[in-house]
Design a protein around this ligand. Structure first.
Ligand code: NAI
Length: 298
């Protein structure tokens, strides 16, 4: 409880901010004093085409509401595009404090029919894009010993989804990126977290039930992004499910495990129930998890 969380003096980059969730994140950050780089390639849902319209419109709206913003139409998925996005922040506002990796596309297809191109295109925007823009921003955050990165995962990545082999691979990839960025950024006060949202946008309007439109609004996701992007939030390396105003931490859990000195294929078959047992504990570090195997030997 207490004072309003503000972003005065902070510079935020929001990728894919021309529509949907990114637009909502950018508007919220802008309304609370952040100077915002509104990045959007302006293409179709499948990533084809381009237009300067969406990014410019959102930047104009922030300015109209009394904030500061510039538009960027650079592509997150190329090293040059990613560098240009960060360069835009530095040229316009002199620094970069917050990066929201939100840009995304869909190329849904059942696994048996998915082409290599459909796989690569989706990985390129979500995974490569988040890596590239983070990579461009990271040295500046390190230099100023401050940074907040929010990546965008998805329930489809955490749990799988029919027709989304490319997308779910990408979205779980972002969990790994987030956790490692959290570890590597820690010393420089760079915190990285990920959200797994559900919201009514052009990406989901044909998939979600109609009654979701008024409840699963992007505006009911963005406050979490803003909180994770604020200096008062020191949490790092975590993933949060968020939709319709509900937020929950998502864990990577491991069962109690089963071990034997004499591991054979048949022993695994005969003890499969013990392997599958759900009595989760929550390793928070890679070493902790390896430690569990060691402990089982003692
Ligand atoms: P959206 O299609 O409205 O927004 C995505 C934006 O990214 C678009 O404006 C698009 O032009 C932009 N974009 C695409 N490729 C780009 C590139 N190479 N460079 C720069 N900008 C690019 O969709 P939505 O729903 O707002 O999606 C935002 C993020 O949230 C995506 O990463 C999506 O995968 C993720 N997400 C959305 C969910 C939902 O329920 N809407 C569920 C889980 C994840």
């Amino acid at each position: 409880e207490g004072s309003e969380l503000r972003f005065d003096g902070r510079v935020a980059i929001v990728t894919g901010a021309g529509h949907g969730l990114g637009r909502s994140h950018a508007l919220l950050l802008g309304s609370r004093g952040a100077k915002v780089v509104v990045n959007d390639l302006g293409g179709a849902l499948d990533g084809t085409g381009a237009s300067s319209g969406p990014a410019a419109e959102v930047a104009e709206l922030i300015v109209k509401n009394g904030g500061e913003a510039v538009a960027s139409t650079d592509n997150v998925a190329t090293p040059e595009g990613a560098e240009a996005i960060v360069r835009t922040a530095l040229d316009a506002f002199g620094r970069v404090d917050i990066l929201v990796n939100n840009a995304g596309i869909l190329r849904d297809r059942s696994f048996g029919k998915m082409t290599v191109e459909e796989f690569d295109a989706v990985i390129a925007v979500h995974v490569r894009g988040s890596f590239l823009v983070s990579r461009a921003a990271f040295p500046h955050m390190k230099e100023q010993a401050y940074g907040r990165i929010v990546n965008t995962s998805s329930p489809a990545g955490l749990f799988g989804n029919f027709g989304q082999a490319n997308y779910s691979t990408a979205k779980m990839g972002l969990v790994g990126l987030t956790k490692t960025l959290g570890i590597e950024g820690a010393r420089a006060n760079i915190r990285a977290n990920a959200i797994a949202p559900v919201a009514w946008t052009r990406m989901t309007e044909t998939l979600l039930p109609a009654e979701f439109e008024s409840k699963f609004t992007p505006e009911r996701v963005s406050p979490l992004v803003a909180y994770l992007a604020h200096e008062s939030c020191v949490t790092t390396g975590e993933v949060f499910s968020v939709g319709a105003g509900r937020i929950a931490r998502v864990f990577v859990a491991e069962g109690p495990g089963w071990r034997t000195d004499d591991l054979t294929v048949e022993a695994i078959r005969d003890n499969w129930e013990a392997v599958m047992a759900e009595q989760p504990y929550l390793p928070t570090k890679l070493g902790e998890q390896a430690g569990a195997s060691l402990q089982a030997m003692l």
